[in-house]
Design a binder for this molecule. Structure first.
Ligand SMILES: Cc1cc2nc3c(=O)[nH]c(=O)nc-3n(C[C@H](O)[C@H](O)[C@H](O)COP(=O)(O)O)c2cc1C
Length: 364
């Protein structure tokens, strides 16, 4: 066995799984069904918490625990709870006014879908259910909360989108770091410099992974644009100890994406030449990669008017409801490798990807 394969096998054994594949936690796009299927295929299943209530999250964990003895990754966002800025909210609604008029909808009065930052209540869930892995996105929680998580014995990871972020995470004592390249679908895990100027300087998975491997002493999990066995093998060859795949799992029947999102992913596979994603903040206020649609074209894809995360989405709710059939104003998160995805059950997909990666590593 070569160096890359033996590093990956040793790391998988440490986590308690049989492949190098971590299923990315994907808030709004999956629950326990996807995590269970990936776990049965030998990968690390994940449950995102950002869009679940505490009770719903406990129910998802219970479903996972009832279905499989495999380890579980519970995932939490670590953003600061937003403060409403009336002037920005007014500017954002002024940008949207022509769209409200055109589509004959009211400006919404309700709030954006809640995305709970990690707090004492969620930490209580971790202490109760003791997931084997706890992953954070958008940085790390306070020292006190992090100490409580570590005291449960969980293997703690967080995402870095730059070398500086990787070093900052290592200094806080994480057990491993997810190297999230520019290609990745969903929200950027960026936490040190969230300006649009810094975003333009971010780097791709292929450049980020080896630099992080050199910069820190903890294992690196490569994420972003990895869509098949070739990509997994390449990431392991670059020094990663495992890979985290999100978009590759969106086409699985276990993913809970909308019909319109699923059709867009089908179209990506059928016509890769016309598939486009971009980083946008118009849906939540934080940059995230999604399939280009009308909202992104009309308002961004990056807008300095968008209110802070996750408030930006509040002003879009009536437009979203009116255009449900087309998905013109709903986020359809996906990474750049979506055309490589295969629509098949997640257990079989995990086995297929792992076998393909092994073959590439064996014959490289
Ligand atoms: C639909 C979707 C939702 C996501 N939600 C989360 C999330 O809740 N928490 C998180 O840490 N990462 C989230 N991500 C980012 C993934 O963890 C990961 O970085 C990304 O999927 C890797 O790139 P790929 O999509 O090209 O595989 C999401 C990604 C997608 C595609």
């Amino acid at each position: 066995m070569g160096r890359a394969a033996s590093r990956a096998h040793a790391f998988a054994a440490r986590i308690g799984v049989t492949t190098s594949i971590w299923q990315a936690p994907m808030a709004g796009a999956q629950g326990a069904a996807l995590a269970i299927a990936v776990a049965r295929g030998g990968g690390l299943g994940a449950l995102p918490s950002a869009l679940f209530t505490v009770d719903a999250l406990r129910a998802e964990v219970a479903a996972f625990r009832a279905a499989t003895p495999a380890p579980l990754n519970m995932n939490f966002f670590c953003h600061a709870a937003p403060v409403v800025d009336d002037a920005r909210e007014a500017a954002w609604r002024a940008r949207l006014a022509p769209l409200y008029a055109e589509l004959r909808v009211e400006a919404p009065t309700g709030a954006a879908p809640a995305r709970a930052p990690f707090d004492g209540a969620l930490c209580g869930v971790v202490e109760d259910v003791k997931p084997e892995v706890v992953s954070f996105h958008l940085g790390l929680p306070s020292e006190a909360l992090l100490a409580r998580v570590k005291a449960t014995g969980a293997f703690v990871v967080s995402s870095a989108t730059t070398v500086a972020e990787g070093k900052a995470l290592a200094a806080r004592g994480v057990d491993a770091i997810i190297a999230q390249g520019f290609e990745a679908g969903g929200h950027r895990g960026t936490f040190l410099d969230v300006t649009h100027a810094a975003l333009a300087m971010q780097i791709g998975t292929f450049a980020l992974v080896p630099q992080l491997v050199d910069a820190v002493d903890v294992p690196i999990i490569a994420a972003g644009g990895i869509g098949d066995g070739r990509g997994i093998a390449a990431a392991l060859m670059l020094g990663a100890s495992a890979v985290q795949l999100g978009t590759a799992y969106l086409a699985c029947p276990e993913a809970t994406v909308s019909d319109v999102h699923r059709r867009a992913l089908d179209a990506a596979r059928a016509q890769p030449a016309s598939f486009e994603t971009a980083l946008t903040n118009v849906f939540t206020g934080r940059p995230a990669r999604g399939i280009v649609n009308r909202a992104m074209r009309a308002l961004g894809p990056l807008s300095t008017d968008a209110p802070a995360f996750p408030l930006a989405g509040g002003a879009l709710t009536t437009l979203r409801a009116r255009t449900e059939a087309t998905g013109d104003f709903a986020p359809q998160w996906a990474g750049q490798a979506a055309p490589l995805s295969v629509a098949m059950p997640a257990e079989a997909l995990t086995r297929m990807l792992a076998a393909a990666a092994d073959e590439h590593l064996a014959t490289a």
